[in-house]
Ligand binder design. Structure first.
Ligand code: SAH
Length: 245
């Protein structure tokens, strides 16, 4: 069975390009399964679960202050009716619910790989991502229904959609067999704590600049040595903080 990923959002259209384009799109459309059984992604519009006349999903915060807060009951209905009941899950126990929020563990290369190998593996429960908007979500919904909080960095977005896309796009590349060439993720930046060496393709000369001679020859040992030196040089130049770790 394909692993299902449910996204609760006020803006399902955000996810169209993610699903339509590139390798992550193929994976999320279930056309590139890797070594598992692949994925199926479904967006649920939270607004469809509002019972008010004007389909409102938010209200003013208790205690005052600016902005609006997403209502716990509407989100609960979107989750329980829209995901659990409509799709034959026995209970919330069958799902793993992620809320993207500045309070979460900050996402990085290691977190992405860990998430891919555990939460995205076929043996794990199906996933639900909740995308917040406005000032965020009523705490009582978070307390009762959320299993994991993830932040994509110490800054504030206007909504969780871009965070969810970032998480899925960066994690899905680690699902075994998803990337065409298995080795390709192993050569990427951060894999060994360094950023990637420079890459070149044809033509050999571009605006007077020539592809390093060593890469034009076929001496693999020398090429590897050159690539390692270049990784260190570029990391020193652009991300010296990585070398300190
Ligand atoms: N008032 C909140 C921010 C709300 S921003 C606060 O100060 O923490 C609106 C939504 O964007 C949030 O509900 C969350 O889902 C998403 N979001 C904002 N910043 C994020 C970040 N760094 N990582 C992941 N999601 C984020």
């Amino acid at each position: 069975m394909k692993k299902k990923i449910w996204i609760l959002t006020l803006f399902p259209e955000y996810f169209l390009p993610l699903i339509q384009c590139g390798i992550s799109g193929q994976a999320l459309r279930g056309e590139r399964n890797g070594e598992g059984e692949g994925f199926e992604i479904n967006c649920i519009n939270i607004r469809d679960y509002s019972k008010t006349k004007y389909k409102s999903v938010d209200d003013t915060p208790y205690g005052g202050g600016p902005g609006m807060v997403m209502k716990a009951d509407v989100l609960r209905d979107a989750l329980v009716q829209g995901v659990v009941e409509a799709n034959g899950y026995k209970s919330m126990e069958d799902l793993w619910v992620v809320y993207t929020s500045p309070r979460g563990r900050v996402w990085n290369h290691t977190a992405a790989r860990e998430f891919a190998l555990t939460k995205l593996s076929s043996s794990h429960k199906d996933l639900v991502f909740i995308c917040g908007r406005y000032e965020g979500i009523d705490e009582r919904f978070l307390e009762k229904y959320v299993n994991e909080f993830i932040s994509i960095g110490d800054f504030v977005l206007t909504g969780g959609e871009i965070a969810v896309m970032t998480i899925l796009d960066s994690a899905i590349r680690f699902v075994p067999g998803i990337l065409g060439n298995k080795l390709s993720s192993e050569h990427d930046s951060f894999e060994d704590g360094l950023i990637e060496y420079p890459q070149y393709t044809r033509p050999v000369e571009f605006e007077g600049m020539i592809v390093p001679e060593i890469l034009q020859g076929g001496h693999h040992k020398k090429i590897e040595q050159w690539q390692m030196n270049e990784k260190l040089r570029l990391t020193q130049k652009y991300r010296p903080d990585l070398l300190k770790k």
